[in-house]
Design a protein around this ligand. Structure first.
Ligand code: SF4
Length: 320
């Protein structure tokens, strides 16, 4: 059985794939707060869509599991603001939830493929998968239409619900950015500097807090509303022919993965580059030294076996 998240990792670097998915290794200390923020936001949104739990409470609770540090405090503030804005942005939507964090599987040739969808919803009679993404910038639509993971999820949904019943995948993006507060000028008014990156709500709140008249700020409020987005949803689809081709290619890859020849893809050019790879010290040690004791010492002191359910999301986040 192969998991959707490991397909692209195998193509990027077989050694990293082997460390992560075969040996289930993860670095002991190098906490990737970007990745942790994404994991905790996923956890919060899962509780929200599955059981109507308050996602901010869920998020804060999840953050408390990490040892206290300035980075965790920063993550806590950023995630809370992101989720507050998310609730405000989508407060009027009524989603018909089909499943939350449920694994879907399909038999492909001699192999099973499994993928856990963050959320599956029904809109106007069609099934859509939803993939939550916390990101520094919104992804280009062209990149989403070529995203192999989205193809995998549409494939799995099509196998389960029937191609004609699936509308596609919704790429649900939450920007990792805190909306700025407008500057209060000496004359008591708010700055109308158009370069401010904020939300209409944040600017409006500042108007009210300072006892000002919203009518005097309609121009900048309109500009902010039209210019800046902190949340974006993009629907991506695949033709039946695309899915057929994807299926053939993926079966060939899975055949390769079932008896893999593992070799490092040493490069400064591939996504993230070796220098940003969490397995760098171990991988480099195996390349530069024939001393097995030395390699094993690095493995034992720096790495641990991790079997937690979100282990598979780390490398994906590394590509941001
Ligand atoms: S350091 Fe480079 S070659 Fe080694 S596992 Fe990581 S990505 Fe692959």
């Amino acid at each position: 059985m192969f998991h959707v998240t490991e397909l692209s990792q195998f193509r990027k670097c077989r050694t990293a794939w082997s460390y992560k998915y075969q040996e289930q290794l993860q670095h002991k200390t190098a906490v990737n707060y970007n990745s942790l923020l994404g994991t905790n936001v996923h956890y919060a949104l899962a509780g929200y869509y599955a059981r109507d739990f308050n996602p901010i409470v869920q998020f804060k609770r999840k953050c408390e599991e990490s040892p206290s540090s300035p980075e965790v405090d920063e993550m806590n503030i950023l995630g809370t603001i992101m989720l507050e804005g998310y609730l405000e942005c989508y407060k009027d939507e009524k989603l018909e939830v089909v499943s939350v964090e449920v694994p879907y599987t399909a038999m492909m040739g001699n192999y099973d493929l499994i993928g856990t969808l963050d959320l599956v919803v029904k809109i106007d009679g069609l099934i859509y998968g939803v993939d939550h993404k916390t990101c520094k910038t919104f992804t280009n639509p062209e990149d989403v239409s070529n995203d192999d993971q989205m193809s995998a999820y549409i494939y799995l949904l099509s196998k389960y619900f029937g191609y004609e019943n699936v509308g596609g995948m919704i790429y649900n993006q939450l920007l990792k950015k805190i909306p700025a507060s407008p500057q209060l000028l000496k004359n008591g008014s708010l700055s109308k500097d158009k370069s401010i990156v904020t939300t209409r709500q944040k600017y409006y709140d500042a108007i009210i807090e300072n006892g000002l008249n919203p009518d005097d700020y309609e121009d900048i409020l309109y500009k902010i509303e039209c210019t800046y987005k902190f949340y974006d949803r993009m629907v991506t689809t695949r033709t039946e022919h695309e899915l057929k081709t994807w299926e053939q290619n993926t079966i060939a890859q899975m055949s390769d993965m079932s008896t893999p020849l593992v070799y490092p893809n040493v490069s400064k050019d591939h996504i993230g580059g070796c220098a940003r790879c969490s397995f760098y010290t171990l991988c480099r040690a195996t390349r530069v030294s024939s001393d097995l004791d030395y390699v094993n010492e690095i493995r034992d002191t720096e790495f641990e076996v991790c079997t937690d359910e979100f282990h598979g999301t780390d490398m994906e986040e590394m590509s941001e």
